[in-house]
Design a protein. Structure first.
Length: 323
């Protein structure tokens, strides 16, 4: 709260590039939406990667650690007036900035009533902020979960508030090893999103414990510290900024491998949908998918965007390997 509320007043005040790593180019529809966001909101943005998933029209979205509201105001335009975006952040000063510009943005977007709200609270305790079970289609988070001491609680709460078939789409910082107590107690490294970074293998085990489908890696890029004093403290540990997507797939164990065809037409991804690092779907092209991806596409908001058939050319091969 002190670091992001007082010490860091704009993105240029950050001491490493951990929180400003961009993982891939922004689609035009997102770039256009960004241009309509108030300059003060943009100046106080400290996220990493890109947390704007596809196919968001009319969705209810929750942004964990929404800060000054930059991503929320972009998402507000993508869900449309029928959708809704909730931002929650533990730093009161950031929430004040976000709330201050609600009327400005609704007027700029041409909305009759606000489709965004900002709450002061903790992402480990969403119930305390009044967020109900199965009330959101998508949960996003941008380089913030590393700041929470209890990552399992954050994922557990995200799972709780997601509707069946819902998605958690988030970017964060991960470490190549479990961090020493010396690093974890370092104030600047914590504020810079490094000391609280999760060992990447632990994400997979926590996601499974909570009930999510296995994490789908979207993009990843290495983080350079660029600060000799901090590099000496970190030693041989390496950090990466990565975006993952997790799905709340119920009954996914009954799914079978299949063949899917992308119908095309998702705004900004009309001809090609880069779903994650393993699957890219081109309009009209038949793609063999494993049981996990078949279950995700069948149960999520993407179901209507695909023609999904059970079985397929590689079914036997998929069942016989450890995907």
């Amino acid at each position: 709260q002190d670091y992001y509320g007082k010490e860091v007043q704009k993105s240029e005040d950050l001491k490493t590039n951990a929180c400003i790593t961009s993982a891939r180019p922004l689609p035009k529809v997102v770039r256009d939406a960004l241009e309509r966001v108030h300059e003060e909101v943009v100046a106080r943005y400290y996220g990493c990667g890109l947390v704007i998933p596809e196919c968001l029209s009319s969705c209810r979205i929750l942004d964990l650690g929404s800060g000054s509201g930059r991503d929320c105001y972009v998402l507000s335009q993508l869900v449309g007036e029928e959708g809704h975006v909730t931002g929650i952040d533990m730093t009161e000063g950031q929430v004040v900035v976000a709330k201050k510009h609600i009327a400005y943005h609704m007027d700029k977007f041409g909305y009759q009533k606000p489709n965004v709200e900002f709450l002061h609270g903790y992402m480990e305790k969403l119930g305390d902020a009044g967020l109900a079970d199965e009330s959101y289609d998508v949960v996003v988070s941008n380089c913030v979960i590393n700041l929470a001491p209890d990552k399992r609680a954050v994922l557990q709460e995200a799972f709780r508030v997601l509707k069946p078939g819902g998605e958690m789409y988030f970017s964060d910082v991960y470490a190549s090893q479990r961090l020493s107590e010396t690093i974890r107690q370092h104030r600047v490294l914590w504020g810079e999103c490094l000391a609280g970074a999760l060992y990447w293998r632990d994400l997979y085990s926590i996601a499974e414990e909570v009930g999510f489908s296995p994490p789908c890696l979207v993009t990843a890029s290495p983080i350079t510290i660029g600060n000799k004093e901090l590099e000496d403290i970190i030693g041989d540990c390496r950090f990466v900024s990565a975006t993952f997507r997790l799905f709340k797939v119920l009954g996914g164990s009954q799914a079978r491998p299949g063949q899917v065809t992308y119908n095309g037409g998702i705004m900004g991804h009309e001809r090609e949908l880069v779903f994650d690092a393993n699957f890219t779907f081109k309009e009209g092209e038949v793609v063999d998918v494993d049981a996990e991806m078949a279950a995700i596409l069948q149960s999520s908001r993407f179901a209507e965007e695909f023609l999904i058939r059970a079985g397929g050319a590689n079914t036997a091969a998929c069942q016989g390997c450890c995907c």
